[in-house]
Design a protein around this ligand. Structure first.
Ligand code: GDP
Length: 419
């Protein structure tokens, strides 16, 4: 009886919360950019010798245009970032490969990850890598080629290699998730520099632990350091290699209970990243990344996965991995919307309301000027009339649109956050 396992990422993937919010916010900033561009054009078109506006005001509006452009550039690069940590050989690379449904990262004996490797979607369907200190794209066609590149380059353990991979087989990459593999936390003395360089913008951390042993002090200490720098990081714990438990079914429940208890203690009482034990229990999983990877590779090839080599309990371990993926997707998507877009929205609102103030001040000045110059000179009056009408038109219309936009951004962001 062959197994049929449905893909975890469907149309309703929780990752869509982020993907949709990013598109919406980008559209809104696109409109804001047009309006601020219009305002800038208007200021530049005012007569140079008029005392209606100053060079400073023109510079303020132009500067806001640049800032909006900058926000849009950052927005385009915004993604959801998950970083994997754990001791050497606990299975970090295998977990990442399972989530990507493909053997991308080298794993196993002789393939110890000795630098940070960030896997992200490639825009042009090609696979290549870029090292930190150069812009050169190195072609990567296979895992062994990637392993070779990582070995031959003398990379420091804090350095980063970006691997760009086609998104067709990897829904996570298509949906803007980037996955970061790290060297074993047991071998590096540079943990502080790791955190500064690679962790501060991570939305989720996954500790890949070994279910054959208890959580180690090195593993705990690393997360204490992380949580000292970030307020309440999102931490998931994968007790990997749970297939080994199949050899000792009589102890299975007992071992699981003990691991769960200790890990929950760690998350709630020691690390204080979860408020309740129930919340923490939703962050701990017992899985076998190796089995999941093999199953997914077989499934892709159309080969049955139960070749007789699968250990007892495979199904429940597989489902637990899927459960982890679902909860992980929900968590990362919401967290990234909150941390990344909330910041953009606040900046956008400040820029928009400042532009509105400048426009309103200009309108007031134009009206006052019209009143004082009064009846004296017909052409000045005509000119001011024209300016005032234009201003009113632009200001009122823009104010309306900008107000609406701000409200819309707020509404959409809060909706995305509460979804
Ligand atoms: P890393 O150093 O943490 O990245 O570990 P790797 O992903 O390279 O895995 C180290 C070795 O453990 C490899 O030979 C994997 O095939 C094996 N491995 C990974 N996950 C599992 C698992 O769930 N069960 C078993 N039995 N072996 C695993």
């Amino acid at each position: 009886n062959s197994l049929s396992i449905s893909p975890t990422t469907t149309v309703q993937s929780p990752l869509q919360i982020f993907v949709r919010a990013k598109k919406r916010i980008n559209d809104i900033f696109g409109e804001v950019e047009i309006y601020i561009g219009d305002a800038s054009k208007f200021f530049h078109a005012l007569p140079q010798d008029s005392d209606l506006t100053s060079q400073e005001e023109v510079a303020v509006v132009d500067g806001h245009g640049e800032k909006i452009k900058g926000i849009r550039e950052v927005l385009a690069r915004d993604h959801m970032k998950v970083a994997f940590f754990g001791r050497t050989s606990n299975g970090k690379s295998t977990v990442i490969n399972s989530m990507l449904r493909e053997r991308i990262l080298p794993s196993g004996i002789g393939h110890t990850t000795n630098c940070f490797i960030q896997v992200e979607g490639s825009e042009n369907g090609e696979s290549y890598l870029i090292c930190e200190d150069s812009d050169e794209r190195k072609n990567v066609k296979s895992v062994s080629q990637l392993a070779h590149s990582l070995c031959t380059d003398s990379l420091g353990d804090s350095s980063l290699v970006r691997v760009y991979w086609p998104t067709d087989k990897c829904p996570l990459l298509r949906d803007d998730v980037v996955l970061v593999d790290s060297p074993g936390i047991d071998v590096s003395p540079n943990l502080d520099s790791w955190i500064d360089r690679h962790c501060l913008d991570a939305d989720v951390f996954v500790l890949v632990a070994n279910s054959e042993s208890t959580l180690m002090l090195t593993e705990k200490n690393f997360f204490f350091k992380v949580s000292a720098r970030l307020s309440k990081p999102n931490v998931f714990v994968l007790n990997n290699r749970w297939d080994a438990s199949a050899n000792e079914p009589e102890y299975l429940e007992e071992v699981r209970k003990q691991h769960l208890l200790r890990t929950v203690d760690f998350l709630v009482d020691e690390l204080k990243v979860c408020a309740t034990r129930t919340e923490a229990e939703q962050r701990v999983f017992f899985v076998s990344a190796k089995e999941v990877l093999q199953a997914r590779i077989n499934e892709f090839k159309g080969v049955p996965i139960n070749t007789g080599m699968v250990a007892d309990g495979f199904h429940s371990r597989y489902f637990e991995f899927q459960d982890f993926e679902r909860k992980f997707e929900e968590c990362i998507s919401k967290s990234a919307v909150r941390t990344k877009f909330d910041h953009h929205t606040k900046r956008g609102k400040a820029i928009v309301s400042d532009t509105r103030n400048v426009m309103e001040a200009l309108l007031e000045r134009a009206s006052a000027k019209k009143a004082t110059k009064g009846q004296s000179r017909r052409e000045v009056l005509d000119h001011l009339d024209f300016t005032e009408k234009q201003l009113q038109l632009v200001t009122v219309e823009m104010k309306d649109k900008i107000c609406k936009m701000v409200e819309e951004v707020e509404h959409k962001v809060s909706k995305a956050l509460s979804d």
